[in-house]
Every structure is written in C-alpha cells, then in structure tokens.
Design a protein around this ligand. Sequence first.
Ligand code: BGC
Length: 773
Amino acid sequence: MKRCLLLLLISMGYYSIKAQQITANDIPAIIGKLTVEEKVKLVVGAGMKMPGQGGTTVGSTEDKVPGAAGTSQSIERLGIAKVVMADGPAGVRIDPKRSSQADQTFYCTGFPVATSIASTFNTELMEKVGVAYGNEAKEYGVDIALAPALNIHRNPLGGRNFEYYSEDPVVSGKMAAAFVRGLQSQGVGATIKHFAANNQETNRNKINTIVSERALREIYLRNFEIAVKESQPWCVMSSYNKINEVFASESPELLTTILRKEWGFKGFVMTDWFGGESPAKQMLAGNDLLMPGTTKQEQDILNAIKDGSLSENVLNKNVEAILKVYSQTLTFRNYKPSYKPDLEAHKRVAKDAASEGMVLVKNENYTLPLKNAQSPIALLGIGSYETIAGGTGSGDVNKAYTVSIYEGLQKKGILLSEPLANYYQKYLKEEKAKIPPKQFFFEPDKIAPEMGFSDKQLDSLAEVSSVAVFTLTRTSGEFADRKLEADFNLTQVESDHLKKTAEAFHKRNKRFIVLLNIGGVIETASWKQYADAILITWQSGQEGGHAVADVLFGTVNPSGKLATTFPVNYEDVSSSKNFPGKELEAHTKEGGFAAFMGVKSEVVYEEDIFVGYRYFKTFGVPVSYPFGFGLSYSKFSLSNLKVSESKGDVKITCVIKNTGKSPGKEVAQVFIAAPKGNLIKPAKELKAFAKTKLLKPGEQQQLEFTLTSADLASFDASQSAWITEKGSYGILVGTSVADLPLKGKYDVKETKVVSKTNKVLVPARDINTLRTK
Ligand code: BGC
C-alpha cells in the first residue's frame, strides 16, 4: 500500500528519490553493494512508451521529464536516482506541457538546424548556442542531451543531413566540440552521435556499411576524434549500422580500442534507441548502456551472466563508466530546476545563429540588400508563409512558435502584398487538409505542394510589386532518406514558377530573389540563372523569419559559407552510385515496428576518402556552388600569408581586410595540397578555419592557425599508421575551396610516422575504391 502511494506520488511529480551525492571515489564501494540484478538495471534504460507498440518496453519518462527520449533506472535503496536524457541537435525535445504542472509550459528554443549553424563557420557562436541549449536543459530537468549529431554528409539524399554539420570532418569535429564545450559548461552532459559511419536512413538498423580503414580514419571517425579530444563529451551514442560486418554497438574495436584506448574517451557509451542485437556483445564491446531499455535485454544479460558468456567484471566496468558520469549530473548533485530558463535570451542566440548561418550564393548588381520600397514585395512560395524551422523526428523541437518569412518581414515594417498573402493562406489551409494523417508518430512531415501561377497572374503581380521574393522549401527527417525527384530536384511546378516569375519581373526591369528554406543540398544549376540573388536561409529555427528579414534588408551582412558542396547534378556526387546500398532480403508484409527496423542490406563506400569537395576538386568535376563559398554585402582582401615552423608545428598567419562599404565578417579557410607520395591524396583538404570579428570598412584583422604534423598526415592502412610523407605541402588560404589566393608552402624533409594505430575495423572483402590515376 505504502509503495503504491509512493509510486503514485512519483508519477505525479510530487516526490523524487533524493539522489546520493556520490563522487568517483565512492563508486567501487557502491558497485560492491549492488546485486547483479541491480547492475543489470543500471546498464538497461527505463524504457520508452512507443505509441502503438505497447509491451516492448519497461517504463517511460513521464514521471521526470515528459517527452524526454529516455531515462535510466533508479536503485532506490542506494539513492541512485533516474537520470534524464533528451534529444536533439536543434534544441531540447521534451513535451511542452506537463499534467503535473498544468499552470506552466515547457517550450524549448528551436535553434537553426546543424547544417545552418555549421555554415556560420563560427565556433564561438556555436559555443553560445551550446550554452543556451545547456541552460534550457538544466532548467527543465534534463541531465544529458542527445546531441550533437555529427555524421558526415556523405550523400545529399541523407534524410538526417539537416541534423549533421558538413561533408568535411574538420568542420564537423570543430563545430561539435564547440557545442559540447558550451553545453557541458552548464553541467549538462553531451552525447556525440551516431558513432559511426551512419550516413543514411534507409535500412538504418540493419545496414552493413562496408568501408575502408582509411576512409574510416580520415573521414568518418576523424570528426568524432576531434570532438572527443577537444571537448571530452560525457557520452557517445553508438550508431545502428554495422561497420564491416559488426554492429557499431557490438564492436569492441570501435568502442574500446579506438574510442577509449586510442582517443582517451572517459565517459560512457549508450546505444541508439533499440540499436544492435545482442546485449551481451554490447556489454563486452564497451557499449555500457542500452537505450531506451527493454525487459528482454535485462533478461538476456542476466542469462549471459548465468551461462558464463558474460563475466560480472565486464558488467562492473560498464556500471562504473555509467556511474562516473551520473555522479556529475544535475540530478545526482540534487540540482532543483527552476523551470524558468531565459527563453528571451536564447531567442536572441537562435536569431544570431540563424542570420549568421545564411549563405548568399548569388547577388547580381547589388540586388541585395533591399530597401523598403513604395510598392509591395511579391512574396511567393509556400515556404514564405509556412517557413520550415527544422526537420522532423528526434531532431525536432517542441518550440512555442516559428516566425515565418512573411511574419519576419511584416514585423520589420516591410510593405508586402496582402492579397497575395491571403491567397497563399487560403491555398495552404485547403492543401493541408488533404494531407493524410501520419501512420507512424515519427514519420517525416508532408508539406503542401507548391502553388503554380498563370502568366497573367504573374504579370499583374510584376506590375504592382517592387520585387519578387520566392521561397523554395523542403523538409526531411528521421526514418527516410530524401528522394531524387521532387526533393533534390525541383518539381515541374517549382521550375516553371521560377522561370516565369523571373520573366515577368525582368520584363519590367524588376528583380527576382530566391530564398532556399532547406535542410540539405538541392539542385540549383538548372535554374540559378533566373534569379538576381539567391540566399540559402536553411531551416533556421523558430526565429528564422526575423533572421531572413535582417539579412534581406542589410541589418545583418551575410557571412555564412557552405559546409557542404552543391553539385551540378545528383549523379556528379561520388557516392551516388552507392547510395543507399543493396537490400539482401525481402521486406516483411508486417507494418509497424518490423518495417521500421528495415531489412538486411549493405552499402559499399567505393568513393572512399573522396567525399564532397575532396572528390570534386581531385577529379575536376564542376559544381554549382563550391565548399566554403558564400558572399557578403562587403568585400574583403586576404594578404600577408606567413608560414613558419615552431617546435614541429606549422604556424600560419594572414590578414583579412574589409575593403567594402559595410561592416562584415569573413572566414579564412586553410587547405593543404599534399605532395605526390605513396598514398593517393585529395587535391585539397581543409585543415583549419577562423572567422573575423565584425570588421568595419577599412578595418583589418590578423588570423592565426597552428597545424601539427598530425594535420598533415594521411592514414596508411598497410602500416596502420598516420604518415606524413616527405615533400612540399601547399598551404592555401582563401574564402572557399575554389578561391584560395594566398599560397605558401611547408617542406617536410623526411617521411615520418606520426602515430601508430591498432589494426581494426578491417573490411571483410576487397573494396573497389575510387583512385586517382
Ligand atoms: C535517433 C537518435 C535519438 C534517439 C532518441 C533515435 O531514433 O536515431 O538520434 O537520440 O532516437 O530519440
């Protein structure tokens, strides 16, 4: 009876187990007191309520933070309380309302998607986003954030690319590290995910990723290595996929040899939700926590202990890793959340990140910035009125609002065509009513199709309007990759619309501007000639509309750069022939959970290290917009490149000067061009980047970079080592991979082994890797 009452009170949020204030030193003694059953509870999460999937799990998060993705299990007799984990990269994902606290709301700030923030190339700003996010998590009762996500943009159709930063491991790693530092400064743990080589959604739970040791080391692990070494995240989330035949969550080579022994990771590893197959293998691999946790997993581990296939010592190590992290959490430190994070301050951070992430890729004849005119703007495109703030699935955020581009411009006092706005709003209402309800709770959103206009309509619009602004919009999300047609490529209605609007407005000597409200790369080459200006606004979070208005009207001078290349055609992408791989068994007829787990399949990364610009530049394939590219309303000059050596490191300095008429920021990108040697090398590889402060016209700033000998090295699988080959390394500095005006060099006299690694994650078969001649 007493126990029932206690449970009721807990579930109503009236009572929570007072956590012990344990330190790392207490952990051996605590482990000594735990029974085997209790240890198993600590390595299996408390479960998850799956709509329509009742019975598969053991609990939920309702009693602590409703809507959080998971919690650990408590051991009441030892005062070990539940720890709360919540998604996701663009903001804390929890329910905005709680029945236990009906008088208040728990909305979280919807920050711009990762692709957008990465485009700022501003690690300081990224750190501020981490601080704001961390503060929100802390004040809403979240201990561990399931963010950041830093998988590589291997292919533009990757359904979760919006959650990830870049095609380049240095940008991904540095951005993730900055976010982690900000977040953890608030006492909230970060989880870097999904470790590793998780670059597609199709069959994600079963896909066997076949990839060379070198591509792993240089591309798909390098970003995680940077994040681990530069920010010490508390947690790592292993990915669903297999890497060279072994599930990431069951791979001792990945989770113990590389992550812990080679990189020095000190925290704990959790699975992705329902990831992997064998709990005992996961424990052995060093995947300490199984999330969200099921009763079957508990039973499997107990059975493995009983039959001797898993030793209790292994379990002790898993528990130790987990408790060491938990001892630092807010729950264990008895922190009482205020439930009042400073949402006003965070809103400003979200807006700054949004505007600084926008990338201006075309601006003919100073089309932008706009000035408020006598006649209204013809604001076209459904995305202008229902602007997409971010993608769907676990990367979504329950934000209080999203400012559309229409609202942002209106708020800024910009004259807009009201009849046009009404026309769109009526259309959107009708079209949205036709969209069938989601079959599955995480299914990606469907958006209304674009509305076409007749020539006559466009002509009358052109007559009465000052300028046309058209927003092209896209959404995508977890569980599905994007489609080539009508997603990467434009629909016929969209293409016609762009062409005809341009004609109608140009005929009257009026300008046509295109805004890209997208989370990932789309085709731009076939239509970009129609636009006078193109601004990639991305899915820029809840403040997106305000940020767009600020950039369009010059309150903010754009300084975003592309962290991923925009190719001419999809077929030009090096992985296009090998995405999303081959299915090795038929799909079951059964829907629901089984269908969602996918089928046995494999994908071979034949493009090897030639991902993104590493491919386009090396193989001379033309692109629509290159990596690193982005215009400003001002102009900048780069000069005074100095390359010198200091204690084995390469010191590089350069000066950036604002030679234009408006204050602005510029990014210096440092690439190396390695000499010919035994190993094939990409033509250019980004090694460092830095952004200036806001420079006034005429003002300049010196930027400094340090490259270590490891930064010059390539991975030689035959020696299991990072090798810096002798020869003259080009040090190229500029503002995109295609614009590197400063050229220096650095000579390496002797080939040297920078570091030896273990021979692990070896593919089980030969891969026909792409090679230069
Ligand atoms: C996603 C993770 C997420 C987890 C919890 C999984 O489906 O892949 O990124 O953190 O769910 O929501």
